[in-house]
Design a binder for this molecule. Sequence first.
Ligand SMILES: NC(=O)c1ccc[n+]([C@@H]2O[C@H](COP(=O)([O-])OP(=O)(O)OC[C@H]3O[C@@H](n4cnc5c(N)ncnc54)[C@H](O)[C@@H]3O)[C@@H](O)[C@H]2O)c1
Length: 454
Amino acid sequence: MSQGSLTRREFIRVGAGAMTATTAAKVTIIEPNPGFARTRAVAPSDTVRFASIGTGVRGCELLEASLRVPGVECVAVCDLYDPRHDAARETIKKDVPATRDYRSILDRKDVDAVIVATMDHQHRKVVVDACAAGKDVYCEKPMSHTVEEGFAMMDAVQNGNRILQIGSQGVSSILYAKAKEIFDSGKLGGVFMIEAYSDRNNASGAWVYPIPPDASEQTIDWNAFLDGAPKRPFDPVRFFRWRCFADYGEGLAGDLFVHLISGIHFITGTNMIAHRAQSTGGLFRWKDGRDFPDLIETFYDYANFRMVLRCNLNNDGGGLLAFYGTKGTMTVKDSTVTFKPQDTHPQPEGYSIYGWPAKLREEYVKKWREENPLPAPLDSHAEEAVETFATPPGYDPVPDHQAHFFNAVRSRKPVVENEVFGNNAAIGCHLANFAYFNKTVALWDPNSKKIVKG
Ligand SMILES: NC(=O)c1ccc[n+]([C@@H]2O[C@H](COP(=O)([O-])OP(=O)(O)OC[C@H]3O[C@@H](n4cnc5c(N)ncnc54)[C@H](O)[C@@H]3O)[C@@H](O)[C@H]2O)c1
């Protein structure tokens, strides 16, 4: 890794606003990991031919990112809203076949893999069918809409011997790899508390997306959209703002907690379901008929640590992951990761002895110095050792995440964010909502594989 120093002004210019005055001195730019799949050349005979199922906002973002991944070719697109066929073709600048019926894509023998970027309530159906058809799958987060669906997807992947990768791209980012390296080094000491949030403060952040003027039952396959959800008359608000409704999404937990949980699981090497969750929050501002709160905070119990997550649609706080250890604190914010050590060198007691007479105090300090001959470190020691790392300007983890998937399709080696990892993270979201809506402690019962009231 080469080291590049930036001044504070330069650093802010590249979009990393996480520094404090004391940490501004030096920033190391993280270089792309040479082992990353994206950097490897691929023989034309190893090209992975994929189709995209769901070419809305995320589907098109993924198609755009796929143009930066060597050795892959999009050969078909599928969506329930016809204009999105054109959006997808425009994105890949290619006139590939487009359909509303994903099963016709799964029937094609020349399709190796599919990207599933449908609304969450359709993930199970498409993933299970794709696995049965022998396709490998990149499925967007959160993996499941319900606990039961997640386990059905796991079975389909494992029974079909398929590769499934879930789409929390942070897991493949060089920033999270650096955070993991710091965490694994032991520099943080024991980490018993982890905190993370993802806040935003605008209509788009609150999913109040515009409804396209051509939205109608002619342009949208409404019945296919309702598959797996209660029947109801055509309603474009439900189609385009589906995240607001429990029939199709999981609100803030499924949209944003899942990224925080996946990131924390990856960095800490945790691949389990939290034992217990308690939530608070409320719907304070975006009262447009939605099912979900615009503020949620959830406290999770894991075997070795506690975790608190928050999403707030009423303040532009951005995002943060913070790991509080006995030897130091690590924060991941925007494009930076910062490690700040704590001064853990032994020090004579300096507080409670103020209740002692001077003679006793002096004797205590003298004795302490005799027993601890090393000089106490300078106060500035910890500040000097603050380390900040930043991704290069414009770094985007999505092509790296895709490359990991497509490389696994070729190599058959497992991916990190596989069906078990994705299921565990998604259940963390379901625990948060269960606790919030039932106003109860939510417990994970591994025997019944269900969430139960505490
Ligand atoms: N990883 C990330 O950072 C990230 C970001 C945004 C969205 N997402 C995820 O991506 C998924 C899609 O989100 P979006 O914002 O693109 O939603 P969207 O509403 O813009 O697009 C979803 C599309 O899926 C299509 N669709 C639904 N069921 C289908 C089916 N059976 N066959 C074919 N097409 C179908 C719909 O017609 C719609 O156009 C969600 O799971 C979401 O959580 C992930």
